[in-house]
Design a protein around this ligand. Structure first.
Ligand SMILES: [Fe+2]
Ligand SMILES: [Fe+2]
Length: 164
């Protein structure tokens, strides 16, 4: 599940300045799909990088914007509002700490389409949107499997103790 960021020198060089930013590192403390938002962002950036490089697209933009696509810390009581509003918050936060190209801004702003209304303008934006969906499904499944496994172990312990 964990990606060794430094194993791909090109990918690492593209995102290094973001990874070294103190504010960005705060994402390690934020729970996301039962894991953490920093690792989720790295996964989305890395798979977007691989796909867009393979198709000779702008992999520099997908790496950086993939990493910044969920750069927000706000907690929403309403789940739907969170899904719709967080891309705009991520753009605002990313612009405060980094300079974004128009494509990078679009990738971040539109990554929740069609749940959020911003339609992707570039093929790179569609790819990051899709990669985010696939990565999110795998992360949720991974997290649920681990929770189930922990619950089963706990249940087993109770049964064994009650038999003794
Ligand atoms: Fe998101
Ligand atoms: Fe995401």
């Amino acid at each position: 599940m964990q990606i060794d960021i430094t194993s791909n020198k090109e990918f690492y060089s593209l995102i290094r300045s973001i990874l070294e930013n103190e504010n960005f590192n705060q994402l390690k403390k934020v729970t996301h799909h039962g894991l953490n938002r920093y690792d989720h962002s790295v996964r989305v950036a890395y798979y977007s990088y691989l796909i867009t490089k393979f198709f000779h697209l702008n992999y520099q933009a997908t790496s950086r914007a993939g990493l910044l696509h969920d750069y927000f810390f706000d907690d929403f009581a309403n789940k739907y509002l969170s899904l719709v509003k967080h891309p705009i918050l991520a753009v605002e936060n990313a612009k405060k700490d980094f300079s974004l190209s128009p494509m990078e801004e679009d990738i971040i702003a539109s990554h929740m389409f069609p749940i959020a209304p911003t339609v992707p303008k570039y093929i790179e934006s569609w790819i990051v949107d899709l990669v985010d969906d696939v990565v999110s499904i795998f992360e949720k499944a991974y997290s649920i499997r681990h929770q189930l496994s922990a619950a089963c172990n706990f249940l087993l312990l109770i049964i064994i103790n009650s038999i003794k």
